[in-house]
Design a protein around this ligand. Structure first.
Ligand code: GTR
Length: 423
């Protein structure tokens, strides 16, 4: 009896302790606690940034360093493309409307090698064309109904409903994500689409034995170090390597590459835009926690939740901020500010509370101070716009009706936004 009581008390004590760690997910604006985000133009040593020169020389490098060290992790070495193999350049895609180019980028180090398949649809043009560069979630062949698209051999998350079995895609998987990729609209608007499967660079699982990370391991190393890249930084690295290729492609205007991503790949697009200033325009589609949404609001998905569900996405150091966002020396508006003065579009969806639409809007708003310092407009509004009422300064924003997804409506806004800067 007595020992039963002790066990019960112990259980209550332990579970109480555990429960205290688990916060309820906040999905009601009234429940957002008091929080304070760092001022993007105040230095970590307290000094104030008043000129564009000081932004570039002092503040930008320090913010970039903090995100590298505490959130996404550093790339542990340098590795260029070993070989480009162009499989085809066909003028007959989309009923003759577009050129389809498929190529592989090969990476090699010691006995390791990796193949990254790139699919390009380009409008026919006398001049080099602007493009959207975007990762896809399940392979290039899923993007468009075209039997000529090569199938990836990389590991893909199982989903028998779209023909992904034993972690391999099949013929049945073709065009299964085409609702997210309005290829004809994109081409008819004068843009190319360059897409690749993110798992070619690093399979999206908590396993650091595959993908690009092991290429940089020292002897007996099995995981990146605490300040070294998680998968998001590895995927961003992959986008930069595609950019290396695009700078040499004879059909693409590498000065007009808009990097775009949805959700986890939106987080990736933002980090790619922050770390590689060759990306002329950045689009974050519903990137949420660890993307465009402020972490310190702890609305929807939190640092603790994301680090638990996806321990491999961020660097080891980011775990220090589980249930401890107040200690973060930065917040995500400062990530957005790293894109300045380049055009940046942040998009949310009304039915995607998990990604905290208001937190995404506020981050865009707070980043505007840097755009203004650099002589650009930033967000043209101070209050969140109505649903389905996009606003476009040098920062664009919309919240559309509907759920977490990448839709034709989203693409139409991105094309309009790109037209403002690329035409
Ligand atoms: C969710 C995750 C989000 C978002 C999303 C996605 O499960 O919680 O942060 O990245 O996945 O990528 O689809």
């Amino acid at each position: 009896m007595k020992s039963g009581l002790i066990i019960l008390m112990l259980f209550c004590f332990l579970s109480g302790g555990l429960l205290a760690q688990q916060r309820n997910v906040i999905d009601d604006e009234a429940k957002v606690p008091e929080y304070k985000v760092p001022d993007v133009l105040t230095r970590f040593n307290g000094g104030k940034i008043k000129t564009a020169k000081d932004w570039y020389r002092k503040q930008r490098p320090e913010i970039l360093q903090k995100f590298t060290q505490e959130v996404y992790g550093k790339v542990p070495g340098v590795l260029g493309i070993h070989e480009v193999k162009v499989w085809e350049t066909s003028p007959d895609a989309l009923n003759g409307l577009a050129v389809r180019r498929q190529l592989s980028l090969f990476f090699k180090k010691g006995d390791k090698s990796l193949e990254v398949n790139v699919l390009m649809y380009l409008p026919k043009s006398q001049q080099k064309v602007p493009v959207f560069l975007a990762y896809n979630f399940t392979g290039n062949h899923a993007v468009y109904n075209d039997p000529n698209i090569r199938l990836t051999e990389s590991w893909v998350n199982n989903d028998p409903s779209v023909g992904i079995i034993n972690n391999q895609v099949t013929e049945q998987s073709r065009a299964t994500a085409s609702n997210r990729w309005p290829v004809e609209e994109i081409i008819k608007s004068g843009y190319g689409l360059v897409t690749l499967y993110y798992g070619d660079v690093d399979p999206d699982k908590d396993d650091f034995s595959d993908g690009i990370e092991p290429f940089f391991y020292q002897e007996n190393q099995t995981h990146p170090k605490f300040d070294e890249w998680g998968s998001i930084a590895a995927w961003a690295w992959g986008l930069s390597r595609v950019m290396d290729y695009l700078e040499k492609d004879d059909l693409v205007d590498a000065k007009k590459v808009a990097v775009l991503g949805h959700s986890r790949l939106g987080k990736t697009a933002l980090w790619a835009g922050a770390t590689d200033q060759r990306f002329a325009l950045v689009v974050s589609n519903e990137s949420g926690c660890g993307g465009a949404a402020l972490s310190k609001r702890i609305f929807g998905e939190t640092v603790q939740i994301i680090n638990t569900s996806f321990p491999h996405w961020f660097c080891g150091n980011f775990k220090k901020y589980n249930n401890n966002e107040a200690d973060l020396p930065i917040d995500q508006h400062m990530l957005l500010a790293l894109i300045a003065p380049r055009p940046l579009y942040v998009a949310s969806a009304e039915g995607d509370k998990w990604a905290d639409p208001r937190g995404e809007f506020l981050a865009a708003k707070y980043a505007s101070a840097v755009y203004e310092l650099l002589g650009k407009e930033g967000l043209p509004v101070k209050e969140m716009p109505e649903v389905n009422h996009p606003v476009m300064g040098t920062i664009g924003y919309h919240i559309r009706s509907g759920k977490h997804d990448l839709t034709l409506y989203d693409w139409q806004q991105y094309i309009r936004f790109a037209d403002k800067f690329f035409r």
